[in-house]
Design a binder for this molecule. Structure first.
Ligand code: ATP
Ligand code: MG
Length: 238
């Protein structure tokens, strides 16, 4: 198992927003985490990343319990995070934004085929190559999303946590982002994806978790979800 989260509890002040979350991601898997607004999906990703400190539980990544790690340390051990707000640097070019994702500022083993370089990112994201010299602030929402994903790949993560990547994008761009996630996953990066677009999630994921308020209510494959209208009604449909 690449990532094994067990009984995670997270609070905002006195508000107990994650009440015993357990989930896992195997090497090479793309796993979706779905659920209605405010259930705790983003908080789950933030807790894994160490952006928010979980109060209890364990987060075992590549055999090591990383619960309590600050986010820079989580990144160093191989987890990339693509937050909801894209946080690209508006006055820096696309290439400079990408280089900010390199740990320690210098690409190690640039000739290793597994290493992500600017050239390799451009092969996967031709749209970004066309905008290589443009400043972050001049990119469209979809291009910014691509850039954020590309930047986190520059840290060579084994696992990418991606929060609502298609939110607010035009339909054509939704497809582009979907395809890029599929390709990255094929290239060997495991992905834990939070997504409100059910069609996108179902077309990408090997397995899914559905969250109810502060807990995981369903876990299974796409086929198992399709065969379970009660779970869909309870956790997905409004
Ligand atoms: N910084 C914060 N301080 C206090 N409460 C928060 C904070 N961030 C989120 N919450 C609350 O924690 C709960 C879980 O929020 P979270 O953002 O994880 O949900 P979500 O499933 O990602 O929702 P959405 O689909 O709207 O993105 C919600 O009730 C939310 O109001
Ligand atoms: Mg969220």
């Amino acid at each position: 198992m690449l990532l094994e989260v067990k009984d995670l509890n997270t609070f905002y002040g006195t508000s107990h927003v994650l009440q015993g979350i357990s989930l896992n991601v195997s090497q090479g898997e793309l796993v979706a985490l779905l659920g209605r607004n405010g259930m705790g999906k983003s908080t789950t990703l933030k807790s894994i990343m160490g952006v928010i400190k979980a109060r209890s539980g364990s987060i075992v990544f590549k055999g090591k319990n990383i619960c309590g790690y600050p986010s820079y340390k989580t990144a160093r051990i191989g987890i990339g995070y693509v937050p909801e707000d894209r946080r690209i640097f508006p006055t820096l070019s696309v290439v400079d934004n990408l280089m900010l994702g390199v740990k320690g500022g210098k690409i190690k083993k640039p000739n290793d085929p597994k290493t992500w370089t600017v050239e390799k990112i451009f092969q996967h994201f031709p749209m970004l190559e066309k905008r290589a010299k443009s400043k972050g602030m001049h990119l469209s929402g979809g291009e910014q999303q691509m850039l954020t994903i590309g930047r986190s790949l520059m840290g060579n993560p084994d696992l990418l946590l991606v929060d609502e990547p298609t939110e607010g994008l035009a339909p054509l761009m939704v497809k582009e982002v979907r395809d890029v996630l599929a390709e990255i996953n094929k290239a060997g990066v495991s992905i834990l994806l939070v997504e409100h677009n059910l069609k996108v999630a179902m077309s990408l994921a090997h397995r899914l978790y559905l969250m109810g308020k502060a807990h995981v209510g369903f876990s299974g494959t796409i086929d198992e979800l399709k065969a379970n209208p009660e779970a869909r009604a309870k956790y997905l449909e409004v």
